[in-house]
Design a protein around this ligand. Structure first.
Ligand SMILES: CC(C)(COP(=O)(O)OP(=O)(O)OC[C@H]1O[C@@H](n2cnc3c(N)ncnc32)[C@H](O)[C@@H]1OP(=O)(O)O)[C@@H](O)C(=O)NCCC(=O)NCCS
Length: 178
């Protein structure tokens, strides 16, 4: 018998989601997290694309956000509630973000990540990001360095072919309603 494919919903973040997002934000980042007003201003910013992911039971499990600036996109955040990790939810959100980049003719996607954040670095590496240097002491709470990661041009086969394989594999594990 085939395994049941999980169904999740990924939709644009609205102001009604923000209280739930704040709970995940605190669980994911501890004391050094964004404020509610930061999310409120992000979701009303025309250059920003923020999404939330709900599971089959209607539980808000995670969110991600990105800015589009000319031909570049900058992933600003991605977080999954600790109780819902390792279920492909971050990949579902990342897929949604990259889909928007294609639609908006974005060529390159970048982000910063703490050098110690192995789960996130592995996630981004799996999805075609590579490290291009560090920003020294970028994180003010502990003076930690940020790894700067970039994709290749997302319209080039070097990115696009592995990306399409990842989407196919993801689709076998999870159904994403939008
Ligand atoms: C990073 C994070 C978003 C991953 O979310 P997730 O839903 O658990 O990730 P997924 O299940 O979609 O996993 C996708 C890939 O991420 C990597 N990964 C995720 N968790 C990992 C872990 N604990 N250790 C190592 N790699 C991990 C793997 O490459 C994994 O692919 P695999 O299943 O083939 O091994 C989550 O751990 C999180 O919210 N962390 C706190 C917030 C944060 O650090 N955000 C990033 C800021 S730059």
């Amino acid at each position: 018998m085939s395994e049941k494919v999980e169904v999740v919903t990924v939709k644009k973040m609205s102001k009604d989601d923000v209280d739930g997002v704040m709970q995940i934000e605190a669980a994911a980042y501890g004391d050094h997290h964004w404020s509610k007003s930061s999310f409120m201003s992000e979701i009303s910013n025309d250059l920003a694309f923020y999404y939330v992911l709900y599971d089959e039971k209607g539980m808000l499990c995670g969110y991600a956000g990105c800015w589009h600036i000319l031909e570049e996109a900058h992933i600003t955040t991605i977080a999954i509630h600790p109780d819902y990790r390792k279920r492909n939810y971050a990949q579902a959100l990342l897929h949604r973000i990259i889909k928007d980049c294609y639609a908006d003719k974005i060529k390159y996607i970048t982000l910063e990540v703490r050098v110690s954040n192995t789960p996130a670095i592995n996630l981004y590496t799996k999805w075609g990001f590579s490290s291009f240097g560090t920003r020294k002491g970028y994180y003010q709470d502990n003076n930690e360095d940020a790894l700067i990661m970039w994709t290749k041009n997302i319209f080039f086969d070097e990115f696009k072919i592995p990306y399409e394989k990842l989407i196919k594999t993801l689709g076998e594990q999870i159904t994403i309603n939008e």
